[in-house]
Design a protein around this ligand. Structure first.
Ligand SMILES: Nc1ncnc2c1ncn2[C@@H]1O[C@H](COP(=O)(O)OP(=O)(O)OP(=O)(O)O)[C@@H](O)[C@H]1O
Ligand SMILES: [Mg+2]
Length: 243
């Protein structure tokens, strides 16, 4: 079966800083991959490479069997790549409804009553229906992060890339987020960059670990979290000392 996303041999460097070093993985609908790694490891850069706002030095990005490696970012949105940014970027002076509507029009190409129905369904799926009339600039942190996810869903994405949307939330809020991602996973392939390990473990099918742009682990959450390489990266333990 053709995967939703195939990242093949992606390489990118800014001068001496390598942010992606021959990165390879695939993901399909119904799957959630958690991405972890230290600050500056290249996690957000990987999203930019997949989204097309950064261009790779080598390697290929495939979506649903289509080679998008040289396709500009706005066309990748239309092809089905949705991204929730690490720092939410709503139109602060527009309502939640208007923000989601804009994403549905620009990203998914819906118009008229179809666009209105689509917008309402996205607001329902992301728990924002009762905030529809609130100005985006007046939202709480949780709802701003929700809106960031809703805008990505509204583009009718096949692939959702979520960048640290749990950061700064309370335990209860993170639990709600995990439930929501579990629901969205039924219709999407999801890549979630997050530092909150217990949240990732509850919803991710796999975890990949980036370190200096290199994918150093890819496997089931429990195995990856217990692996010597993760203990070495996060706790400074040498692989030999890890047990
Ligand atoms: N446009 C750019 N030009 C030069 N260097 C960059 C650029 N974008 C990112 N970098 C550098 O690439 C490295 C990876 O950055 P990136 O934002 O991908 O890390 P990250 O894993 O998302 O980190 P964090 O956990 O802090 O969000 C960092 O050293 C960063 O300073
Ligand atoms: Mg980042």
């Amino acid at each position: 079966m053709t995967p939703t996303l195939k990242v093949s041999g992606i390489h990118k460097a800014f001068g001496a800083v390598v942010v992606a070093n021959d990165v390879n993985f695939t993901i399909s609908k119904g799957e959630c991959i958690g991405v972890i790694g230290p600050n500056g490891a290249g996690k957000s850069s990987l999203f930019s490479l997949i989204a097309g706002s950064l261009r790779q030095d080598a390697g290929e990005i495939w979506l649903n069997g289509e080679n998008l490696s040289n396709v500009p970012a706005h066309k990748r949105v239309k092809a089905g790549i949705g991204r929730a940014f690490q720092i939410p970027q709503p139109f602060a002076g527009l309502s939640v409804y208007e923000n989601v509507l804009s994403a549905g029009a620009a990203g998914a190409g819906f118009r008229g009553s179809e666009l209105i129905d689509w917008t309402c369904s996205v607001l329902d799926r992301t728990g924002l229906r009762d905030k529809a009339d609130t100005l985006a600039g007046a939202l709480t942190l949780l709802d701003r992060k929700n809106l960031e996810v809703a805008k990505a869903v509204a583009t009718n994405a096949h692939l959702l890339m979520l960048d640290e949307i749990g950061a700064g939330l309370t335990d209860g809020e993170v639990a709600r987020l995990v439930e929501q991602i579990a629901e969205l996973k039924q219709d999407h392939a999801i890549i979630w960059i997050e530092h909150i390990a217990h949240a990732l473990k509850r919803v991710a099918n796999r975890i990949i670990v980036l370190n200096f742009g290199e994918l150093v682990a890819d496997g089931p959450p429990d195995d990856v979290m217990a692996s010597p390489i993760v203990r070495e990266i996060y706790m400074g333990l040498k692989v030999d000392d890890a047990d």
